[in-house]
Design a protein around this ligand. Structure first.
Ligand SMILES: NC(=O)c1ccc[n+]([C@@H]2O[C@H](COP(=O)([O-])OP(=O)(O)OC[C@H]3O[C@@H](n4cnc5c(N)ncnc54)[C@H](OP(=O)(O)O)[C@@H]3O)[C@@H](O)[C@H]2O)c1
Length: 263
Protein backbone atom coordinates (compact mmCIF):
# COMPACT_ATOMS: atom_id res chain seq x y z
CA UNK A 1 0.00 0.00 0.00
CA UNK A 2 1.42 3.42 -0.93
CA UNK A 3 1.16 6.14 1.73
CA UNK A 4 2.32 9.69 2.35
CA UNK A 5 3.97 10.34 5.70
CA UNK A 6 2.77 13.97 5.72
CA UNK A 7 0.29 14.56 8.54
CA UNK A 8 0.60 10.97 9.81
CA UNK A 9 0.66 10.53 13.61
CA UNK A 10 3.76 8.48 14.39
CA UNK A 11 5.36 7.13 17.56
CA UNK A 12 9.15 6.71 17.18
CA UNK A 13 11.18 4.87 19.83
CA UNK A 14 14.93 5.29 20.31
CA UNK A 15 14.79 8.85 19.01
CA UNK A 16 17.46 10.37 21.29
CA UNK A 17 20.36 9.44 18.98
CA UNK A 18 21.51 7.72 15.82
CA UNK A 19 19.00 6.32 13.36
CA UNK A 20 15.91 7.18 15.43
CA UNK A 21 16.87 10.82 15.84
CA UNK A 22 17.62 11.25 12.13
CA UNK A 23 14.41 9.43 11.22
CA UNK A 24 12.40 11.79 13.43
CA UNK A 25 14.05 14.81 11.78
CA UNK A 26 13.38 13.51 8.25
CA UNK A 27 9.79 12.48 9.08
CA UNK A 28 9.09 15.91 10.60
CA UNK A 29 10.55 17.60 7.50
CA UNK A 30 8.03 15.63 5.44
CA UNK A 31 5.18 16.87 7.61
CA UNK A 32 4.62 13.94 10.00
CA UNK A 33 3.30 14.51 13.53
CA UNK A 34 5.56 12.88 16.08
CA UNK A 35 5.69 11.41 19.54
CA UNK A 36 9.33 10.58 20.26
CA UNK A 37 10.76 8.54 23.10
CA UNK A 38 14.00 7.23 24.68
CA UNK A 39 15.51 7.37 28.17
CA UNK A 40 17.71 10.47 27.72
CA UNK A 41 15.12 13.23 28.12
CA UNK A 42 17.53 16.12 27.55
CA UNK A 43 18.40 14.76 24.10
CA UNK A 44 14.70 14.37 23.28
CA UNK A 45 14.13 17.98 24.36
CA UNK A 46 16.85 19.20 22.02
CA UNK A 47 15.38 17.07 19.20
CA UNK A 48 11.97 18.68 19.74
CA UNK A 49 13.68 22.09 19.79
CA UNK A 50 15.55 21.30 16.55
CA UNK A 51 12.36 20.16 14.80
CA UNK A 52 10.43 23.23 15.99
CA UNK A 53 13.26 25.55 14.94
CA UNK A 54 12.58 24.44 11.36
CA UNK A 55 8.81 24.76 11.70
CA UNK A 56 7.53 26.31 14.92
CA UNK A 57 4.01 24.83 14.88
CA UNK A 58 5.08 21.27 14.03
CA UNK A 59 3.10 18.75 16.14
CA UNK A 60 5.88 17.02 18.09
CA UNK A 61 5.99 15.77 21.67
CA UNK A 62 8.46 13.74 23.72
CA UNK A 63 8.13 11.37 26.65
CA UNK A 64 11.30 10.08 28.30
CA UNK A 65 11.46 6.65 29.90
CA UNK A 66 12.69 3.09 29.74
CA UNK A 67 10.94 1.13 27.00
CA UNK A 68 11.47 -2.13 28.92
CA UNK A 69 9.19 -0.86 31.70
CA UNK A 70 5.58 -2.04 31.09
CA UNK A 71 4.16 0.99 32.97
CA UNK A 72 6.15 3.35 30.79
CA UNK A 73 4.94 1.62 27.61
CA UNK A 74 1.38 2.00 28.87
CA UNK A 75 1.92 5.74 29.56
CA UNK A 76 3.37 6.18 26.09
CA UNK A 77 0.33 4.68 24.40
CA UNK A 78 -1.95 6.63 26.75
CA UNK A 79 -0.24 9.85 25.66
CA UNK A 80 -0.77 8.97 21.99
CA UNK A 81 -4.41 8.16 22.77
CA UNK A 82 -4.98 11.46 24.63
CA UNK A 83 -3.13 13.54 22.07
CA UNK A 84 -4.43 12.05 18.83
CA UNK A 85 -7.01 9.36 19.60
CA UNK A 86 -5.29 7.20 16.98
CA UNK A 87 -1.89 6.19 15.65
CA UNK A 88 -0.92 5.98 11.98
CA UNK A 89 2.46 4.43 12.67
CA UNK A 90 4.60 2.81 15.35
CA UNK A 91 8.34 2.83 14.65
CA UNK A 92 10.10 0.32 16.90
CA UNK A 93 13.66 1.57 16.56
CA UNK A 94 15.12 1.47 20.11
CA UNK A 95 17.77 -1.20 20.40
CA UNK A 96 20.98 -2.23 22.17
CA UNK A 97 23.97 -4.36 21.25
CA UNK A 98 26.21 -6.76 23.17
CA UNK A 99 29.45 -8.11 21.79
CA UNK A 100 31.56 -11.03 22.88
CA UNK A 101 31.61 -14.80 23.13
CA UNK A 102 28.54 -16.48 24.58
CA UNK A 103 30.82 -18.30 27.03
CA UNK A 104 32.05 -14.93 28.39
CA UNK A 105 28.55 -13.49 28.68
CA UNK A 106 25.88 -13.66 31.37
CA UNK A 107 22.19 -14.53 31.68
CA UNK A 108 21.57 -10.86 32.57
CA UNK A 109 23.03 -9.65 29.26
CA UNK A 110 20.86 -12.05 27.27
CA UNK A 111 17.75 -10.96 29.23
CA UNK A 112 18.48 -7.23 28.77
CA UNK A 113 19.13 -7.51 25.02
CA UNK A 114 15.90 -9.49 24.59
CA UNK A 115 13.97 -7.03 26.78
CA UNK A 116 14.97 -3.99 24.71
CA UNK A 117 15.16 -5.50 21.22
CA UNK A 118 12.32 -8.03 21.35
CA UNK A 119 9.88 -7.92 24.29
CA UNK A 120 9.58 -4.12 24.39
CA UNK A 121 8.71 -3.62 20.68
CA UNK A 122 6.39 -6.62 20.66
CA UNK A 123 4.49 -5.52 23.77
CA UNK A 124 4.33 -1.98 22.40
CA UNK A 125 2.74 -3.42 19.26
CA UNK A 126 0.21 -5.29 21.42
CA UNK A 127 -0.74 -2.05 23.22
CA UNK A 128 -0.79 0.02 20.04
CA UNK A 129 -3.01 -2.22 17.91
CA UNK A 130 -6.33 -0.64 18.99
CA UNK A 131 -4.96 2.85 18.22
CA UNK A 132 -3.45 1.68 14.93
CA UNK A 133 -6.79 0.18 13.91
CA UNK A 134 -8.23 3.69 14.15
CA UNK A 135 -5.32 5.15 12.17
CA UNK A 136 -4.97 6.17 8.52
CA UNK A 137 -3.04 3.61 6.45
CA UNK A 138 -1.45 2.37 9.69
CA UNK A 139 1.99 0.82 9.67
CA UNK A 140 4.36 -0.83 12.13
CA UNK A 141 8.05 -0.37 11.33
CA UNK A 142 10.49 -2.70 13.09
CA UNK A 143 14.17 -1.74 12.98
CA UNK A 144 15.82 -5.11 12.43
CA UNK A 145 19.30 -5.88 11.20
CA UNK A 146 21.01 -7.96 8.54
CA UNK A 147 21.98 -10.03 11.59
CA UNK A 148 18.29 -10.92 11.94
CA UNK A 149 18.64 -12.74 8.58
CA UNK A 150 22.08 -14.34 9.01
CA UNK A 151 23.61 -14.64 12.47
CA UNK A 152 27.29 -13.99 13.10
CA UNK A 153 29.55 -15.01 15.98
CA UNK A 154 30.40 -12.64 18.87
CA UNK A 155 26.92 -11.08 18.77
CA UNK A 156 24.85 -14.15 19.59
CA UNK A 157 22.34 -12.43 21.92
CA UNK A 158 21.85 -9.52 19.53
CA UNK A 159 21.36 -11.84 16.53
CA UNK A 160 18.84 -13.89 18.52
CA UNK A 161 16.87 -10.76 19.41
CA UNK A 162 16.71 -9.54 15.81
CA UNK A 163 15.82 -13.03 14.50
CA UNK A 164 13.00 -13.14 17.05
CA UNK A 165 11.72 -9.73 15.95
CA UNK A 166 11.98 -10.79 12.30
CA UNK A 167 10.04 -14.02 12.92
CA UNK A 168 7.31 -12.43 14.97
CA UNK A 169 6.99 -9.62 12.44
CA UNK A 170 6.49 -12.03 9.53
CA UNK A 171 3.71 -13.80 11.44
CA UNK A 172 2.08 -10.55 12.54
CA UNK A 173 2.17 -9.06 9.04
CA UNK A 174 -0.21 -11.80 7.91
CA UNK A 175 -2.38 -11.59 11.04
CA UNK A 176 -2.67 -7.81 10.99
CA UNK A 177 -3.32 -7.43 7.25
CA UNK A 178 -7.09 -8.07 7.66
CA UNK A 179 -7.12 -5.27 10.28
CA UNK A 180 -5.59 -2.95 7.68
CA UNK A 181 -2.27 -2.68 9.54
CA UNK A 182 0.91 -2.99 7.48
CA UNK A 183 4.28 -4.16 8.87
CA UNK A 184 7.71 -3.32 7.52
CA UNK A 185 11.09 -4.58 8.67
CA UNK A 186 14.20 -2.51 7.93
CA UNK A 187 17.47 -4.40 8.09
CA UNK A 188 20.54 -2.13 8.06
CA UNK A 189 24.15 -3.28 8.02
CA UNK A 190 26.71 -1.55 10.25
CA UNK A 191 25.61 2.05 10.55
CA UNK A 192 27.57 5.12 11.56
CA UNK A 193 25.94 5.82 14.95
CA UNK A 194 27.11 5.47 18.56
CA UNK A 195 25.45 2.04 18.74
CA UNK A 196 28.67 0.20 19.59
CA UNK A 197 29.64 2.78 22.24
CA UNK A 198 26.17 2.27 23.78
CA UNK A 199 26.50 -1.54 23.84
CA UNK A 200 25.63 -3.02 27.21
CA UNK A 201 28.65 -5.33 27.01
CA UNK A 202 31.80 -5.72 24.92
CA UNK A 203 34.23 -8.43 25.98
CA UNK A 204 36.16 -8.28 22.68
CA UNK A 205 39.09 -6.13 21.63
CA UNK A 206 37.57 -5.55 18.21
CA UNK A 207 36.83 -2.25 16.47
CA UNK A 208 33.24 -2.67 15.40
CA UNK A 209 32.51 0.39 13.36
CA UNK A 210 33.95 0.07 9.87
CA UNK A 211 34.77 2.78 7.38
CA UNK A 212 32.15 1.55 4.94
CA UNK A 213 29.35 2.02 7.48
CA UNK A 214 26.01 3.25 6.20
CA UNK A 215 25.09 6.76 7.34
CA UNK A 216 22.07 7.34 9.59
CA UNK A 217 20.74 9.65 6.87
CA UNK A 218 20.71 6.75 4.39
CA UNK A 219 18.97 4.42 6.85
CA UNK A 220 16.36 7.05 7.71
CA UNK A 221 15.69 7.87 4.05
CA UNK A 222 15.38 4.17 3.17
CA UNK A 223 12.97 3.69 6.09
CA UNK A 224 10.73 6.51 4.86
CA UNK A 225 10.87 5.10 1.32
CA UNK A 226 9.77 1.70 2.62
CA UNK A 227 6.95 3.28 4.64
CA UNK A 228 5.82 5.25 1.59
CA UNK A 229 5.86 2.22 -0.73
CA UNK A 230 4.66 -0.30 1.86
CA UNK A 231 7.70 -2.51 1.20
CA UNK A 232 7.65 -5.44 3.64
CA UNK A 233 11.31 -6.22 4.09
CA UNK A 234 14.30 -4.06 3.23
CA UNK A 235 17.91 -5.24 3.43
CA UNK A 236 19.82 -2.04 2.95
CA UNK A 237 23.26 -2.73 1.57
CA UNK A 238 24.88 -4.83 -1.13
CA UNK A 239 27.09 -6.40 1.55
CA UNK A 240 24.00 -7.27 3.60
CA UNK A 241 22.18 -8.71 0.59
CA UNK A 242 25.28 -10.74 -0.40
CA UNK A 243 25.62 -12.20 3.10
CA UNK A 244 21.95 -13.26 3.16
CA UNK A 245 22.24 -14.73 -0.36
CA UNK A 246 25.41 -16.66 0.54
CA UNK A 247 23.61 -18.06 3.58
CA UNK A 248 20.68 -19.21 1.41
CA UNK A 249 22.65 -20.81 -1.41
CA UNK A 250 25.77 -22.04 0.43
CA UNK A 251 25.07 -22.19 4.17
CA UNK A 252 28.04 -24.46 4.92
CA UNK A 253 30.41 -22.03 3.19
CA UNK A 254 28.86 -19.18 5.18
CA UNK A 255 29.36 -21.17 8.40
CA UNK A 256 33.04 -21.82 7.55
CA UNK A 257 33.63 -18.13 6.85
CA UNK A 258 32.01 -17.20 10.18
CA UNK A 259 34.09 -19.78 12.06
CA UNK A 260 37.34 -18.41 10.63
CA UNK A 261 36.32 -14.81 11.34
CA UNK A 262 35.48 -15.61 14.97
CA UNK A 263 39.01 -16.95 15.78
N1 LIG B 1 24.27 1.03 14.26
C1 LIG B 1 24.26 -0.14 13.63
O1 LIG B 1 25.31 -0.63 13.16
C2 LIG B 1 22.95 -0.87 13.43
C3 LIG B 1 22.89 -1.87 12.43
C4 LIG B 1 21.70 -2.56 12.25
C5 LIG B 1 20.61 -2.25 13.04
N2 LIG B 1 20.69 -1.26 14.01
C6 LIG B 1 19.51 -1.00 14.84
O2 LIG B 1 19.14 0.35 14.70
C7 LIG B 1 18.43 0.76 15.89
C8 LIG B 1 18.96 2.11 16.34
O3 LIG B 1 20.33 1.99 16.69
P1 LIG B 1 21.39 3.15 16.44
O4 LIG B 1 22.42 2.62 15.51
O5 LIG B 1 20.73 4.42 16.10
O6 LIG B 1 22.10 3.23 17.89
P2 LIG B 1 21.92 4.28 19.10
O7 LIG B 1 22.35 5.63 18.69
O8 LIG B 1 22.60 3.64 20.26
O9 LIG B 1 20.34 4.33 19.33
C9 LIG B 1 19.66 3.44 20.16
C10 LIG B 1 18.41 4.14 20.66
O10 LIG B 1 17.68 3.20 21.48
C11 LIG B 1 17.36 3.85 22.70
N3 LIG B 1 17.29 2.87 23.79
C12 LIG B 1 18.19 1.92 24.14
N4 LIG B 1 17.80 1.28 25.25
C13 LIG B 1 16.62 1.82 25.62
C14 LIG B 1 15.72 1.60 26.69
N5 LIG B 1 15.94 0.66 27.63
N6 LIG B 1 14.59 2.35 26.77
C15 LIG B 1 14.35 3.31 25.84
N7 LIG B 1 15.15 3.57 24.79
C16 LIG B 1 16.28 2.84 24.69
C17 LIG B 1 18.50 4.85 22.93
O11 LIG B 1 18.06 5.92 23.73
P3 LIG B 1 18.46 6.17 25.27
O12 LIG B 1 19.84 5.66 25.48
O13 LIG B 1 18.31 7.66 25.41
O14 LIG B 1 17.43 5.43 26.05
C18 LIG B 1 18.73 5.35 21.51
O15 LIG B 1 17.85 6.39 21.20
C19 LIG B 1 18.60 -0.38 16.91
O16 LIG B 1 17.43 -1.15 16.94
C20 LIG B 1 19.74 -1.19 16.33
O17 LIG B 1 19.67 -2.56 16.71
C21 LIG B 1 21.82 -0.57 14.21
Amino acid sequence: MRRKVADKRLLVTGASSGIGKELAIQLAAKGARLLVTARRGELLDSLVHEIRSNESNRDVAALAGDITDPDFRFRLIELAQNRWGRLDGLVNNAGVGAMGRFTDSTPQTLRQVMEVNFFAPVELIRLAIPLLQRGQQPIIVNMGSVLGHRAVPLKSEYCASKFALHGLGDALRAELAPLGIDLTMISPSTTDSDFFEHAIQDTTQKTWKNRGATSVKQVAAATIRAMSKGTHDVILTLGGKSLVLLDRIAPTLADHAMQRWAQ
